[in-house]
Design a binder for this molecule. Structure first.
Ligand SMILES: Cc1cc2nc3c(=O)[nH]c(=O)nc-3n(C[C@H](O)[C@H](O)[C@H](O)COP(=O)(O)OP(=O)(O)OC[C@H]3O[C@@H](n4cnc5c(N)ncnc54)[C@H](O)[C@@H]3O)c2cc1C
Length: 387
């Protein structure tokens, strides 16, 4: 009996010794997890970020890189304001990120265009913009409708197709190289002493006294604060700590053309020219579960629409295409949820993780570390779905 008891204790002490202890554990090393992890590490905490390997579903590596404001937040003024604040924060955020890491993320903010290919599309876009403007702080919604002539004047080096009726335009829109952004976030995080563990898929989370103990295929971790920012994996992981976070995947397909001379100075919905000269076309919106196959019919629709906007694109070869999964909540607005108990767990799930990165690395990190929630932040909690 004593011998068995000793062995049991020995086993326990070995497992405790092997457990890595953090102040804050982040599950998910995509755009959202990395931005939050960076902000928290910068505040001096011991942060560990657990991530899956190369076969994971990762929106962070398949997105369009738009830092986008217009058209967002109808029905939730808080989201419109949060997005505006994020886009305003981007220039400073990028300066700091590039200075910390030396990684050029190719961020530009010339304003953005959303094309309307018929009078009906134009009217419906105008109605949406008007609705958001009515809900916004007076004079604080900076988006206008432009007719075809005004759009063509903005784009002297590329001719519009006959079906372009007009566009909406906002000065707050821009774009970034999303892969460079992810690399820079990770580098800056590590620069502040953060620990990154790829290939550490989490399969179990339990509470032990004032800590969460997290099991991964690469070992165990413990912390008194846990942030679940695992994209489409967030719902399943949150269930392990008694939270219900409703997210679902939505497929988006993107096409890339060969490079050409710079001729499109504005990022546009579904068409943008990268700093290297390629055009990115798409993304589609498809409700096909966790399927990430590209589909020839969808590729054709994306390329047809792009040629209707700019016929000259028909001369360029498509050299790549991919599909990736958005992280979609029931109303397509962010979920920021906190347990409010000790040990504390936070769950974050949203689309537009690129756009909101500037706030995730600052205000969201403050909220997680100090409990300072920005005004109106309770609107982002899950209880809005139970009304
Ligand atoms: C086609 C497309 C275009 C988009 N375009 C834009 C855009 O232009 N602008 C914009 O702002 N947003 C855009 N988005 C959305 C943006 O990419 C996402 O909001 C963002 O990537 C979500 O980040 P995330 O970190 O929550 O999720 P992800 O990037 O999916 O990362 C989740 C991470 O969690 C990890 N993970 C999951 N489960 C576990 C587990 N059990 N253990 C450990 N790790 C785990 C995964 O491996 C992954 O690395 C687009 C998305 C798509 C699909």
């Amino acid at each position: 009996m004593p011998e068995i008891f000793d062995r049991a204790n020995m086993g326990l002490s070995v497992s405790i010794r092997r457990e890595k202890i953090a102040e804050v554990l982040i599950i998910g090393g995509g755009i959202v997890g990395s931005a939050v992890a960076l902000g928290i590490a910068e505040r001096g905490a011991r942060v560990m970020m657990l991530d899956e390997g190369d076969c994971a579903f990762r929106a962070a590596r398949g997105n369009a890189g738009l830092v986008w404001y217009q058209g967002k937040g109808q029905g939730m003024r808080q989201y419109q304001e949060w997005t505006l604040e994020a886009t305003r924060g981007w220039p400073k955020f990028v300066d700091k990120l590039e200075e910390l890491t030396g990684i050029e993320v190719s961020y530009r903010k010339p304003g953005g265009l959303n094309f309307c290919l018929s009078e009906a599309e134009y009217k419906s876009r105008r109605d949406l913009i008007d609705k958001i403007r009515r809900e916004a702080e007076p004079d604080d919604y900076d988006c206008k409708m432009l007719d075809r002539t005004a759009v063509q004047e903005l784009l002297p080096t590329i001719k519009l197709g006959d079906s372009v009726f007009g566009a909406s335009y906002s000065v707050h829109d821009g774009h970034v190289n999303p892969l460079a952004l992810l690399r820079a976030l990770h580098a800056a995080f590590r620069g502040f002493g953060g620990y990154y563990y790829p290939g550490h898929s989490v399969f179990d989370i339990r509470q032990r006294a004032k800590q969460f103990v997290v099991q991964t295929f690469g070992g165990s971790f413990a912390a008194s604060k846990l942030v679940i920012a695992a994209g489409n994996g967030t719902g399943r992981l949150a269930q392990m700590v008694g939270m219900h976070i409703p997210v679902r995947p939505e497929k988006g397909e993107i096409l890339v053309t060969e490079r050409t001379r710079p001729c499109l100075p504005f990022p546009c919905n579904r068409i943008q020219q990268t700093a290297e000269g390629s055009f990115l076309l798409g993304a589609s919106q498809e409700d096909t579960g966790f399927d990430i196959q590209t589909n020839t019919r969808v590729i054709q629709c994306i390329s047809n629409r792009a040629r209707m906007v700019f016929p000259v694109l028909g001369k360029l070869k498509i050299i790549r295409s991919w599909a990736s999964l958005r992280v979609i909540t029931p109303d397509k607005m962010p979920i920021y949820e906190a347990s409010g108990s000790s040990p504390e767990v936070f769950a974050i799930a949203l689309h537009s993780g690129v756009t909101l990165a500037s706030l995730h690395a600052t205000k969201l990190a403050d909220w997680i570390m100090d409990g300072h929630a920005p005004a109106g932040f309770q609107n982002f909690r899950c209880r809005r779905f139970n009304v």
